[in-house]
Design a binder for this molecule. Structure first.
Ligand SMILES: Cc1cc2nc3c(=O)[nH]c(=O)nc-3n(C[C@H](O)[C@H](O)[C@H](O)COP(=O)(O)OP(=O)(O)OC[C@H]3O[C@@H](n4cnc5c(N)ncnc54)[C@H](O)[C@@H]3O)c2cc1C
Length: 335
């Protein structure tokens, strides 16, 4: 057992982060699990720089700006974060529940609030045979250390900002970089596209487009060639030591769908007066929670969190009565 807490929050998106604050105001401590390496859910992963206009009290705030503020608001309540790991298994215990993560951490809590959005984010993977054999050895979905690519022949697949930014950065250390894209036009920032073309002129990068990934050749998890195909079916073999597919993120409800919760099309059904699911002590809030006329908005999630935290109080403090108080009279006291 790694940690014990009052409430275990699954998902560190905007709604999960606000759960830490609301629970904290009622004297309950939270741990938070997220599949991503960083907090912020969709706001940080999908639109950090886009302005949001419908957060009450903020005429305009960027996705990342909102997350920074939510993290600051949660900070006095010292949440423990378990990032880069999925909540996988649920076990009922006398204390409440244990959740086992994909990194084999076991966290025990008196109750659980699921703020899992559309599910755990992970990389969109290309449908290639033997992909798993090469993963984490020759195929990577992110770059943790640039120096790992020194002198390598690197194949990057994708046409968005991640693909192009990494192609530009890795061309400084790699022997050669291929950028494989199924279209001739790229979805990256125009400055990045200009830089990319300069590096093509300098012979450091080749754009392989319009081509799609076709297959992989190599031995014992060591990649030797990436085979690509054009729309007429012609194949081309690219000598490559590694492949970095940057196709964005996909969400997957995954193992949570086997936890005995009532589901409706990959969403968790709740009693909207408390946000509790059909399993006592397990709540769902934010995009993942569903009920009649549900609006999938951040502000809706925030209100749901307040209901869930007030209802969860009885599991954390079974012998205490909860007296409703405004934050203005209560103030913030550290947990
Ligand atoms: C481009 C775009 C623009 C948007 N604009 C607006 C807007 O203007 N106003 C607005 O109100 N809303 C907007 N939204 C929607 C808004 O972002 C979502 O409603 C909000 O992010 C939902 O928050 P959440 O915390 O419920 O879930 P999410 O933000 O989806 O976060 C859920 C987190 O849970 C994690 N997770 C899921 N399952 C697991 C698991 N098993 N283990 C570990 N971690 C897990 C995920 O990795 C993720 O980080 C927009 C969305 C997009 C994509």
């Amino acid at each position: 057992l790694i940690g014990r807490t009052d409430i275990l929050v699954i998902g560190a998106g905007p709604v999960g982060l606000f759960t830490v604050f609301q629970a904290g105001m009622l004297g309950m401590k939270c741990s938070v699990i997220d599949a991503l390496e960083q907090i912020g859910g969709q706001c940080s992963a999908l639109y950090p720089e886009k302005p949001i206009y419908d957060i009450p009290g903020y005429p305009e705030i960027s996705g990342q700006g909102l997350i920074d503020n939510l993290a600051k608001q949660a900070h006095p309540f010292s949440p423990t974060f378990y990032l880069d790991q999925k909540a996988v298994k649920l076990i009922k215990t006398n204390y409440g529940y244990q959740v086992v993560t994909s990194k084999d951490k076991i966290i025990e809590a008196k109750c659980i609030i699921i703020a899992a959005g559309s599910g755990a984010f992970g990389p969109k993977k290309p449908p290639l045979e033997n992909l798993e054999n090469f993963e984490q050895k020759s195929i990577f979905y992110n770059v943790t250390k640039i120096s790992n690519f020194i002198g390598m022949k690197v194949a990057i697949a994708g046409g968005g900002d991640s693909a192009i930014d990494w192609a530009i950065t890795l061309s400084n250390v790699a022997d050669f970089v291929y950028v494989i894209h199924r279209r001739n036009n790229f979805r990256c920032a125009p400055e990045s596209y200009n830089k990319l073309n300069k590096l093509v002129e300098l012979g450091k990068i080749e754009i392989v487009a319009p081509y799609q990934l076709h297959s992989l050749k190599g031995e014992d998890a060591t990649l030797q060639q990436v085979i690509v195909q054009d729309f007429d079916g012609n194949l081309r073999e690219l000598e490559a030591d590694c492949l970095l597919p940057f196709f964005g993120l996909a969400a997957d409800l995954g193992p949570i769908s086997d936890w005995g919760l009532n589901l409706d099309h990959n969403h968790i059904k709740v009693d909207m007066t408390t946000m509790e699911t059909n399993v006592p002590g397990i709540y769902a809030v934010g995009d993942i929670a569903t009920y009649q006329n549900k609006l999938k908005l951040i502000l809706t999630g925030f209100a749901e969190v307040a209901s869930a935290a007030h209802s969860a109080y009885k599991y954390v403090f079974p012998n205490k009565a909860l007296h409703f108080e405004y934050s203005t009279s209560k103030g913030i006291s550290n947990l």
